[in-house]
Write a protein that binds this ligand. Structure first.
Ligand code: KIV
Ligand code: NA
Length: 256
């Protein structure tokens, strides 16, 4: 049975941890889905596999192309697609247009956008009222990299309180879940206890209702990983060895 946004809420109530990973193409999505991942995020972190240094240059067209490929590979998981930088911040109309294109053109079930400041909360409320499921994202928001850097957020009491209030406002606006990125574990715990909707942590301790990681980090495809990522296998090494073996065999006329 396909995972729904309501299912995620039930899992929080049951204390069953939500497993989320990112995907950017058909093959990866198929493998994650068949492995039992609950939520697949077409994250703008795919900037890393497209060769961009930050998530800022990614376009809506690129997200749509990759989200469609992911959709074709998924039977079970809930698919959430990131709205890229400046495809939703400009106006409600722009956000509605971008989120609408994601749902209508890709078949994904939800969008994710960054920030919990008042104007964004208002946008989220209107998207949700229009029938578009929205996932929130607070703490470290990589689309603000030129303001925040990639540092842990919410370290002081004041900063932590602000993130908590943003999370509460987003829940009230109707998000079905919220990503907490790179904040202290005790703050993430406090937010998780305060909210009815599930929290999905990345670098936010192990008390969140679920965890998400960037799959290219998990697989060791990226050249550098953030401190909170866990690298479960080294595909760069595996692929290098395979390619070198192939090259040697071709040059020595051993293959075919
Ligand atoms: O783009 C992404 O992969 C994300 C996750 C880190 C939550 O937004
Ligand atoms: Na993202």
């Amino acid at each position: 049975m396909a995972v729904t946004t309501q299912q995620l809420l039930q899992w929080k109530q049951q204390g069953r941890s939500i497993v989320a990973l990112t995907a950017w193409d058909y093959a990866i999505a198929q493998i994650l889905d068949a492995s039992g991942v609950d939520l697949i995020l077409v994250g703008d972190s795919m900037a890393a596999v497209l060769g961009y240094e930050t998530t800022l240059p990614i376009t809506l067209e690129e997200m749509l192309l990759h989200a469609k490929a992911v959709r074709r590979g998924v039977k079970h998981a809930l698919i959430v697609v990131d709205l890229p930088f400046l495809t939703y911040q400009e106006s409600l109309q722009q956000a509605m247009h971008s989120a609408g294109r994601v749902l209508k053109e890709t078949g994904a079930q939800a969008v994710k956008l960054e920030g919990g400041y008042p104007a964004m909360v208002e946008t989220v409320m209107r998207l949700v009222q229009a029938g578009i499921p929205v996932m929130g994202h607070v703490g470290l928001t990589p689309q603000s990299v030129h303001q925040l850097g990639l540092r842990q957020q919410g370290k002081t009491e004041v900063a932590g309180e602000r993130i908590l209030q943003e999370a509460i406002a987003l829940e009230q606006a109707g998000v079905f879940a919220i990503v907490l990125e790179h904040i202290p574990a005790n703050l993430a715990t406090q937010i998780t206890q305060k909210l009815t909707i599930p929290t999905i942590g990345i670098g936010a301790g192990n008390y969140c209702d679920g965890q998400v990681l960037v799959t290219s980090d998990v697989l060791g495809l990226t050249e550098k990983q953030p401190p909170f990522a866990k690298v479960y296998t080294n595909l760069r090494e595996t692929i290098t060895k395979a390619v070198q073996s192939y090259a040697t065999e071709v040059r020595e006329r051993k293959f075919p």
